[in-house]
Design a protein around this ligand. Structure first.
Ligand SMILES: *Cc1c(COP(=O)(O)O)cnc(C)c1O
Length: 383
C-alpha cells in the first residue's frame, strides 16, 4: 500500500469519525464547571432523546460502552437476586459475566450464535423463572450481526414478569430505529464509537421512571457508575466527574449531522448498506452467518469457504487497505465482520466489496470481476 495512514476502517467499532466532528473536537479546552460545559451537557442530553426514542434524560458517562453495561447491572441488581440474560453472542455473554460478577443469580438463555432470540424462546424460558428482577437483552449482537427483536421481547417480558427490561444498544442506537419508551425498555445504553461516529470514550444511559424506582431501592457498592449521581447532576446541568469534554464538542457536531440528515434517512441508509453488503457477499459465493430476517443494518458477518478461510480473507483485505474485524470466541477464524454504520455510505460499501473481490481472487478463488460490486449497485439503484 502506498499510503500507510490511508485505510478503509470497516470494523463494527470504532468507526470513522467525520472530519467535521474531528474539527469540533479540536476546540480549545474549557472548564468542566463552566457555563459552556453546562450548555453542552444539557443540550447533548436533550438532543440524544429522539435517537433513543425516549423522553427521559440521557445520562452521559465518560467510559467505554462496557461502563454503561456495568452501570446497568450494578445499579439494579443486588447479590443473590435473579436475572435472565438472553445470550446471542459475545456481548450477551458479557452482560451475563458482569451480572455474575456482581453476585446475581444468572439464568442464561443461550441461543446459537448467528440466530436471534425469539419471543417464544424467551417466553418459555421466563415461564419457569417468575422471580427475575431484570432481563438483559442485546439489540444488535455485534459479534454475529444479528438484530434481536427487542420490541417483541420487551412485550413478552412485560406480559410475564415485573422484571426490568435492560437493553444493550451499543451498535444499534443511531443506526437503527430505537423506540425506548414505546417498546417499554427500562434501561437503554450505548457507546460513542459505533453508529454515533465519535471516538471511543463516552457511554450513554437512558433510564425509565420504573427503573429509577428499582435503582433507589437497590443497594450495592458503586461510586463512579452510580446512576443517581449522574441523574441528580444532570438536573443541575453538569456531571459528577470531569466529562470527556472534547467528546462533548464532537457530540454536538454529530447531533447537528444527525438532525440535518434526519433519523428516518439515517435508518434507511443503514438498511440499504446492509442489503448492498449482503447482495455483494452472496454474489461472490461467500456464505453469510445470519438469515435476512434477523440481519442487522449495522454489521454483517461473513463465513469463509472450505478452501478459503475467513481469517485469510481478513488478512488479505488488510493488505489491500480495508480493515474488517475477526470473529469472537468460538467464531474466531470462522467469520469476518464488516461494519457499515455511522460515517459510512453506499460508495464505501462498493469500495469494500471491490476489495473483497480482489482479496478472494488473490487467495485463489474464482471471481467474476465486478460480481459483488454489480450486485450491490443493483440494490442501490433499484426502483
Ligand atoms: C462495542 C460493543 C460493546 C462494548 O463496548 P466497549 O466500548 O468496547 O466497552 C458492548 N456491546 C455491544 C453490542 C457492542 O457492540
Amino acid at each position: 500500500m502506498p499510503f500507510e495512514e490511508k485505510f478503509h476502517l470497516r470494523i463494527p467499532g470504532p468507526t470513522p469519525v467525520p472530519p467535521r466532528v474531528q474539527h469540533a473536537m479540536n476546540r480549545p479546552m474549557i472548564g468542566h464547571r463552566s457555563a459552556e460545559c453546562s450548555r453542552l451537557v444539557r443540550q447533548c442530553s436533550q438532543r440524544l432523546q429522539p435517537v433513543f426514542g425516549t423522553r427521559e434524560n440521557v445520562l452521559i458517562i465518560t467510559g467505554s460502552g462496557t461502563s454503561a453495561l456495568e452501570a446497568a447491572v450494578s445499579n439494579t441488581v443486588a447479590p443473590g437476586e435473579e436475572v435472565v440474560v438472553a445470550v446471542t453472542g459475545a456481548f450477551g455473554d458479557r452482560f451475563a459475566k458482569i451480572a455474575g460478577r456482581f453476585g446475581a443469580q444468572v439464568h442464561r438463555l443461550d441461543i446459537p450464535w448467528g440466530e436471534a432470540c425469539s419471543p417464544d424462546a424467551l417466553k418459555s424460558f421466563l415461564a419457569s423463572r417468575p422471580r427475575v428482577k431484570a432481563v438483559f437483552l442485546t439489540h444488535c449482537e455485534t459479534s454475529t450481526g444479528v438484530l434481536n427483536p427487542v420490541q417483541d421481547l420487551a412485550t413478552i417480558i412485560k406480559e410475564h414478569t415485573d422484571a426490568l427490561v435492560i437493553v444493550d444498544g451499543v451498535s444499534s442506537v443511531g443506526g437503527v430505529a430505537c423506540e425506548m419508551d414505546a417498546w417499554g425498555i427500562d434501561i437503554f445504553v450505548t457507546g460513542s464509537q459505533k453508529a454515533l461516529m465519535l471516538p471511543p470514550g463516552l457511554a450513554f444511559v437512558a433510564v425509565s421512571p420504573r427503573a429509577w424506582g428499582v435503582i433507589r431501592q437497590t443497594e450495592g457498592p458503586r461510586f463512579y457508575l452510580d446512576l443517581q449521581t449522574y441523574h441528580e447532576d444532570l438536573e443541575r446541568e453538569t456531571t459528577p466527574f470531569t466529562p470527556g469534554i472534547a467528546h462533548l464538542f464532537g457530540l454536538e457536531a454529530v447531533l447537528d449531522m444527525i438532525e440535518e440528515e434526519g433519523l428516518e434517512n439515517i435508518f434507511a441508509r443503514h438498511r440499504l448498506m446492509m442489503e448492498m453488503t449482503r447482495a455483494g457477499v452472496r454474489a461472490l459465493g461467500l456464505p453469510l452467518l445470519t438469515e435476512d430476517a434477523v440481519a442487522s443494518p449495522t454489521v454483517t458477518a461473513v463465513r469463509g469457504t472450505e478452501n478459503i478461510d475467513a481469517s485469510a480473507l481478513q488478512k488479505e483485505l488488510r493488505r489491500i487497505g480495508a480493515v474488517v474485524a475477526s470473529g469472537q470466541q468460538h467464531l474466531k477464524g470462522k467469520i469476518f465482520r464488516i461494519g457499515h454504520m455511522g460515517y459510512c455510505d453506499p460508495l464505501d460499501v462498493l469500495t469494500l466489496l471491490s476489495a473483497l473481490e480482489t482479496a478472494l481472487h488473490r487467495l485463489g478463488g474464482t471471481v467474476r470481476w465486478g460480481a459483488a460490486v454489480g450486485a450491490a449497485e443493483e440494490v442501490w439503484n433499484r426502483v
